[in-house]
Write a protein that binds this ligand. Structure first.
Ligand code: DNO
Ligand code: MN
Length: 357
């Protein structure tokens, strides 16, 4: 069990708090201030290792080493960024990192329309209003950004927004097939280095798992995960199976994916969302009954598959007026962990034929 931590001075949650959550063994970390495409400095990596070890945590999972847009666009300059990526992999290998999570979404990571939508119980959570995003014409979006330097959208870094019009322009003729080819090129170069350094690469699914603002998205469903795994058929080419991201499309059966891909999932993100008929969704507590995702069945699928990878609670709600990064407070993720342990420990006891209480 691992827990995402954004780093000293960059997270409202502290390592001493994380240590008090039962059963957390390591932190999921990154050097968030290093721009995508740049090589990570070894001294900075070692600094995080020392900080984590003071609290008895390992640093075996990195989320994410982000991919430069030129790699996703397939530009000739990608080779320079791929070389930097390889150098970062080697350094991470030196300090004992075992898994690198990354994503291949053009321009944006996750997209939401409201970061603090109120749930019935008074807590708030991240919400996605489908019609709002669908109705937003990319050209209109670029125009708004260019005209108003203060224009922003929930969760989008101002830095990225500023470069947006140029990047949107660059993606104009990039199709899904192009994106597949660019991902294949990246993996063909990276996976041998990952193998040498015993680091399993784990792509995160697209969130939400469909195209947004006219940008192609490919890591969206079971068939595409199958295709990804075949691009380079190595145990070092794997998936970060994120139950919340994939489940925004009700056709995605995450428990079935766990059963099919178990040995290619180095890293599990476990969280629940409630999906509405009109395609909107909101993040909820981890409890199966609170959302549309059968978290019990997913954990059971991991258990039955003999899963030995890393798992973390993914986003949580904001509880008890906690001021924190959207989705990354202490309280709901800690509750989530206890729910996951509750299911797991019960399954373990049942397997061993022990009474539950
Ligand atoms: C969403 C989160 C993501 C994730 C990145 C990985 O479910 O887990 O923000 O961190 O997409 O690169
Ligand atoms: Mn996730």
């Amino acid at each position: 069990m691992v827990f995402r931590w954004y780093g000293e001075g960059n997270d409202t949650v502290t390592l001493s708090q994380i240590r008090q959550i039962p059963g957390v063994e390591g932190i999921v970390w990154a050097l968030h201030d290093i721009p995508a495409g740049e090589e990570w400095p070894l001294d900075r990596i070692i600094e995080v290792k020392r900080q984590a070890e003071r609290y008895g945590f390992h640093i075996e999972v990195v989320e994410s080493v982000n991919i430069h847009e030129d790699i996703k666009l397939g530009l000739p300059s990608r080779d320079r960024y791929i070389d930097n990526y390889k150098r970062t992999i080697r350094k991470l290998g030196q300090v004992g990192v075992k898994t690198i999570c990354y994503n291949f979404m053009p321009v944006f990571d996750w997209v939401r329309t409201d970061l603090h939508k109120e749930l019935e119980d008074g807590s708030t959570a991240m919400f996605y209003e489908k019609t709002l995003v669908d109705a937003m014409d990319p050209a209109e979006l670029v125009r708004k950004i260019n005209e108003n330097p203060d224009f922003t959208m929930p969760g989008w870094e101002p830095e990225r927004l500023r470069h947006m019009s140029r990047v949107f322009e660059a993606y104009k003729n990039v199709t899904e097939e192009d994106l597949w080819n660019h991902l294949a090129y990246f993996l063909e170069h990276i996976i041998p280095v990952a193998e040498e350094n015993d680091i399993r690469m784990a792509i995160h699914p697209d969130d939400p798992p469909w195209p947004v603002f006219g940008l192609p998205r490919i890591m969206t469903n079971r068939d595409n995960i199958r295709r990804l795994l075949r691009l380079v058929d190595s145990p070092y080419n794997g998936v970060t199976l994120c139950s919340g991201s994939l489940s925004a499309n009700p056709n995605n059966d995450v428990a079935a994916m766990v059963r099919e891909f178990a040995d290619r999932i180095p890293f599990a993100h476990i969280r629940n969302i409630r999906v509405y008929d009109n395609g909107d969704f909101i993040e909820t507590s981890h409890r199966a009954q609170d959302g549309s995702v059968d978290i019990c069945d997913i954990v059971k699928a991991y258990h039955e598959s003999g899963f030995t990878g890393y798992a973390r609670p993914d986003h949580g709600r904001h509880l008890w007026n906690e001021q924190c990064r959207p989705g990354y407070g202490l309280y709901d993720r800690a509750l989530g962990i206890m729910y996951l342990w509750g299911i797991w420990d019960s399954l373990e006891r049942t397997k061993r034929g022990k009474a539950l209480c």
